[in-house]
Ligand binder design. Structure first.
Ligand code: IPE
Ligand code: IPE
Ligand code: MG
Length: 233
């Protein structure tokens, strides 16, 4: 199996999962939270050092106000409930995205959780929150320009240091649930050589057994990074 240091997931399909059951989209998101909790635990158990979950994209602001409000309240409650477990399991919370745009109560809880878990060394849990891959790239450019870095000094390594994932490895595997086969503005710079795994299973049904199926699939991938894939002489 190729090394798996960073797993990133696009948790999609809460709404469709709920609709298929005659439930509200909120019920779908609630069920999605339960799935997220279990997957965090499983990744921790498996010893995966970095797990990134797509919780809310910058584009998700175009959803009805009530749904957006519900999602942020749900996230706040999730962190309140999970904090003791994160501490006990030495999981560090980190955010990818613009926290300033996040409603105050949720932002406060996110910051509190990040502060409390800052010394966690067993796993980093990245929450992509109010996140846009294109914006992340533009922001990196703005930061480099603001520092008046000489154009000839800009290279891929320096650029990566100005992304939200500074200092972290690129995702080895990106999983998307619920049938769509697109990145939806997720980790655009970092996904250059990520393996992609798509499943029709909706996020609330993505149990540990589904994660293991994805990992089994990944185990058979041959990562080439542009080389021939043959043993070098
Ligand atoms: C994923 O489920 C959760 C978020 C994007 C916040 P969706 O809400 O996108 O569910 P579908 O895609 O409408 O089924
Ligand atoms: C991507 O899902 C964002 C998250 C999972 C948070 P979307 O449901 O927003 O993506 P699109 O709109 O189907 O591309
Ligand atoms: Mg969706």
């Amino acid at each position: 199996m190729p090394p798996l240091t960073h797993l990133a997931i696009i948790m999609d399909g809460n709404g469709r999962w709920a609709k298929a059951r005659g439930l509200s989209r909120s019920d779908g998101h609630k069920a999605g939270t339960t799935a997220a909790r279990a997957i965090v635990q499983e990744c921790r158990k498996l010893g995966i050092p970095y797990l990134t979950l797509y919780a809310f994209s910058k584009e998700n602001w175009s959803r009805p106000k009530q749904e957006v409000g519900f999602l942020f309240t749900l996230l706040k409650d999730f962190l309140e409930t999970e904090l003791p477990t994160l501490l006990q399991q030495e999981i560090r919370l980190h955010v990818l995205g613009d926290l300033n745009g996040v409603p105050l109560a949720t932002r406060t809880m996110v910051q509190h959780t990040m502060n409390k878990t800052a010394l966690g060394t067993a796993m980093t849990l990245n929450l992509a929150l109010n996140y846009s891959g294109r914006h992340e790239i533009v922001r990196a450019c703005q930061r480099l320009l603001a520092q008046k870095v000489a154009p000839t000094d800009v290279n891929e390594e320096l650029f990566a240091q100005h992304l939200y994932t500074a200092g972290m490895p690129d995702p080895d595997l990106i999983i998307r649930t619920s049938g769509e086969q697109r990145l939806s503005n997720y980790l655009l710079f970092q996904s250059a050589y990520s393996e992609l795994y798509f499943t029709d299973v909706a996020w609330p049904d993505f149990h540990a057994s589904e994660l293991h199926l994805a990992l089994q699939d990944f185990a058979h991938r041959q990562r080439r990074f542009g080389a021939t894939g043959e043993e070098s002489a």
